[in-house]
Ligand binder design. Sequence first.
Ligand SMILES: *[C@@H]1O[C@H](CO)[C@@H](O)[C@H](O)[C@H]1NC(C)=O
Ligand SMILES: *[C@@H]1O[C@H](CO)[C@@H](O)[C@H](O)[C@H]1NC(C)=O
Ligand SMILES: *[C@@H]1O[C@H](CO)[C@@H](O)[C@H](O)[C@H]1NC(C)=O
Ligand SMILES: *[C@@H]1O[C@H](CO)[C@@H](O)[C@H](O)[C@H]1NC(C)=O
Ligand SMILES: *[C@@H]1O[C@H](CO)[C@@H](O)[C@H](O)[C@H]1NC(C)=O
Ligand SMILES: *[C@@H]1O[C@H](CO)[C@@H](O)[C@H](O)[C@H]1NC(C)=O
Ligand SMILES: *[C@@H]1O[C@H](CO)[C@@H](O)[C@H](O)[C@H]1NC(C)=O
Ligand SMILES: *[C@@H]1O[C@H](CO)[C@@H](O)[C@H](O)[C@H]1NC(C)=O
Ligand SMILES: *[C@@H]1O[C@H](CO)[C@@H](O)[C@H](O)[C@H]1NC(C)=O
Ligand SMILES: *[C@@H]1O[C@H](CO)[C@@H](O)[C@H](O)[C@H]1NC(C)=O
Length: 881
Amino acid sequence: MMHPSLLATIQWLTLSALLSIAMAADNNSTASAPIFLNCGASGVQPDSYNRSWDGDASSKFAPSVKGNVARASYQDPSLPSPVPYMTARFFTSNYTYSFPVSPGRMFVRLHFYPTNYNGNLDSANAYFGVTTNNLILLDNFNASQTALATSSAYFFREFSVNVTSSSLKLTFAPSTRNGSYAFVNGIEIVPTPDIFTTPTPTSANGGDNVQYGIDPVMGLQTMYRLNVGGQPISPQGDSGFYRSWDNDSPYIYGAAYGVTFSKDGNVTIKYPNTEPNYTAPVAVYATARSMGPTAQINLNYNLTWILPVDAGFTYLLRFHFCEIQYPITKVNQRSFFIYINNQTAQNQMDVIVWSGGIGRTTYTNYVVTTVGSGQTDLWVALHPDLSSKPEYFDAILNGLEVFKLQDLGRNNLAGLNPPLPPKPGVNPNGGSSRGKSKSVAPAAIGGAVGGLAVLLIACVGLCIICRRKKKVAKDTGKSDEGRWTPLTDFTKSQSATSGKTTNTGSHSMLPANLCRHFSFAEIQAATNNFDKSFLLGKGGFGNVYLGEIDSGTRVAIKRGNPLSEQGVHEFQNEIEMLSKLRHRHLVSLIGYCEDRNEMILVYDYMAHGTLREHLYNTKNPPLSWKQRLEICIGAARGLYYLHTGAKQTIIHRDVKTTNILLDDKWVAKVSDFGLSKAGPNVDNTHVSTVVKGSFGYLDPEYFRRQQLTEKSDVYSFGVVLFEVLCARNALSPSLPKEQVSLADWALRCQKKGVLGEIIDPLLKGKIAPQCFLKFAETAEKCVADRSVDRPSMGDVLWNLEFALQLQESTEDSSSLTEGTSASTSPLVVARLHSDEPSTDVTTTTTTTTSLSITDRSIASVESDGLTPSNIFSQLMTPDGR
Ligand SMILES: *[C@@H]1O[C@H](CO)[C@@H](O)[C@H](O)[C@H]1NC(C)=O
Ligand SMILES: *[C@@H]1O[C@H](CO)[C@@H](O)[C@H](O)[C@H]1NC(C)=O
Ligand SMILES: *[C@@H]1O[C@H](CO)[C@@H](O)[C@H](O)[C@H]1NC(C)=O
Ligand SMILES: *[C@@H]1O[C@H](CO)[C@@H](O)[C@H](O)[C@H]1NC(C)=O
Ligand SMILES: *[C@@H]1O[C@H](CO)[C@@H](O)[C@H](O)[C@H]1NC(C)=O
Ligand SMILES: *[C@@H]1O[C@H](CO)[C@@H](O)[C@H](O)[C@H]1NC(C)=O
Ligand SMILES: *[C@@H]1O[C@H](CO)[C@@H](O)[C@H](O)[C@H]1NC(C)=O
Ligand SMILES: *[C@@H]1O[C@H](CO)[C@@H](O)[C@H](O)[C@H]1NC(C)=O
Ligand SMILES: *[C@@H]1O[C@H](CO)[C@@H](O)[C@H](O)[C@H]1NC(C)=O
Ligand SMILES: *[C@@H]1O[C@H](CO)[C@@H](O)[C@H](O)[C@H]1NC(C)=O
């Protein structure tokens, strides 16, 4: 007996086979060669993928352009190569490039590097539209805003247009607003066959599988192209169309990441006759993400991706599938639902049925229409479908593409500029990747499975919480703060960095979700069998060793006590948290080992150790005040990310100077999430029964109310600030009673206006008075008795940046020299009354605007690596960039 959906599938396969034969006859469309135009440049130059870019100066595509060549004043380190980004063409009036092409479909990629050009042209003032022969690609487009919103210095937008004449015209039109101009750095034109109209997509709205034909003339914009469960794929790795494929993990909703894996060694990826091999590269099909090995867990959650898109358009979603591991080789072993926007798009999705066997590729198309304006989220979810009683309760996905369809009525593809993210760029490491971690994927299945089962139970809980939070956010009309930065513009930073192996050194090179599994033997080899001379220190979790892996990479290896019941929980907690959290100011987890009941975590090695080692009881040379400020700012940024950047609020719970580590470049990184707990909503009872954290840093309200909030971290961080200022322990039992607790003592001194007397003697005369006031005021507020009176981590961060700015401006005017030390220039320490208007005009103005610009300043810092002070001057002089 044949299942109805099977029948339908077979009919469908026959149909698409016929179609593809019909298509093959029309092979003229791919006849013309790709064009790579380096705007504002002359001559031929290669890019990082060794593609030859032709300068547009005196080229046949731009015969009449003159005078508006522009050179970027600054080469952002994230640029993969100077070509085509370091030059641009600026237009003050409409200009049309005319490209001779063979009629047919082609990718048009527009590259933008919004920055300052020629020292005086600021691309932030560019505001323009781009149209092809008859289609609006971009409208009122602000490239600077797009770059900010995606936390990337440069980006490209990819369109697919079907040109019906022998020339593709691209018109750059400055907006009518006075003084607007247009610019572009590079234009790619890559001919393709028709890759969109077949198989005919079905509509996902309503779940009744109505067909929705794609008009062959329709223009499309690529919104997402994801190599699910795999590494980013650079344009070079793609078969001739120069497409980029990104890692999908930044878009996964909640904490349920499922498991990723790559193909079994003896499986060969084969394209069926119905599917041309350019549909997607082998590497896309060779990796996948599934829900996990435990049926009961899978039944309780949806593996969900959230993809922000422009509302009011129709989208084509293409799912790429391939079964790549034994034992799934037969029909009805794995069957699942595909949901799009909470509607069933497909039931009984059985990859073997669609593809014809293990290693065979297939893809499906669905169309969904969104309503409204601005941005909206596409929800894509997978869940086991039990209706055919499959052998495994699981789902799989190898690749996902999302294309925006042209609005046929208005001949438009342009959406609004993306909103600036309310929070720092969420994946600032850019899911950086290195070839070697490819071997990681199979380990994720073999090794992590045991722990994941437990973790996933927690994840399901988290999902529910997240959902609840999200709903509240919607209801109150606020945007969802924890949302990931939409990458609708394909920031290429991921694939771009993958070629270079030794860039930042301290950044982990693993994609956000993958966590390397080490065998116990590898760990033994790395530490010379836990040799005492490799011991770096002892922590709450256990001993920390210096290790060396991959012949030369230094790592910190934390070995927990294998038998500790509580340790198991913290171990899994830490793996789960850390493997997802990637940030410049968090210590990156590289991997773990759980062979032989061992609990071993492998971290990036932090060459300069803990912050405390550089403050007191130390032989290390003292840190300057500015260095201390920068370290505090880094740590604050890490904590701010924990509180707001991830999908759920993460409370560190043990903020202290020994958990702030310093790498070889003195970048501060927050470490030790063994005690972390997801947001305040999660499992209150559990959180409140176990008091954790370190004495001297503990939020007094936590004791009273047994309630843990982000503000508990703010309190602890306030203690850190005082510790940095005063260079003494948070608790010093040997001192007179009123001085034992640093927080109490410093607060008392601050209120009496004599805090300046207890600061680190080495700092006397070195702190600019205004900076000191700002810093002390910030620390004071952090340790407020009631959590409602404490600032948020974002405010703390902003105030510290401000303090640094005050310090720097004073140092620049060199009023703080070695000569003017303690004796000649005593610090003026005024008491700041919270109920009195401040006498300091600067402080007042900036404080009132802090809320509105905090986000921007942080977003900018994350995106282009500017120092806080640079940002600050940009904020102070908005026109002066
Ligand atoms: C397609 O190719 C054929 C020869 O193979 C040629 O006669 C025809 O003009 C081409 N069509 C287009 C649109 O280029
Ligand atoms: C188109 O394909 C046919 C065979 O299918 C071949 O003979 C012809 O040369 C091809 N034309 C072009 C322009 O590639
Ligand atoms: C780059 O391409 C040129 C030809 O276009 C070739 O000669 C050269 O070997 C290539 N370089 C690399 C590194 O692939
Ligand atoms: C573009 O966006 C940036 C960042 O949001 C903003 O500063 C700039 O003023 C905008 N430019 C125009 C012309 O709107
Ligand atoms: C420039 O192009 C835009 C859009 O293509 C058009 O609306 C506008 O009228 C053009 N302006 C001029 C001066 O031709
Ligand atoms: C382009 O559009 C024309 C209709 O104008 C259609 O006949 C042709 O097949 C399309 N080409 C592709 C590659 O989709
Ligand atoms: C795709 O198939 C064609 C022949 O059909 C072959 O020439 C080409 O090398 C293949 N490309 C890839 C990337 O496998
Ligand atoms: C491939 O390897 C698996 C074990 O990993 C084995 O069960 C299977 O028989 C092998 N298949 C082939 C075709 O060699
Ligand atoms: C899907 O459902 C979730 C709740 O289960 C809701 O938060 C979300 O907004 C829905 N998505 C769409 C696109 O309707
Ligand atoms: C999965 O998503 C579908 C569609 O939104 C929803 O109906 C179902 O309740 C979800 N299942 C779980 C376990 O969340």
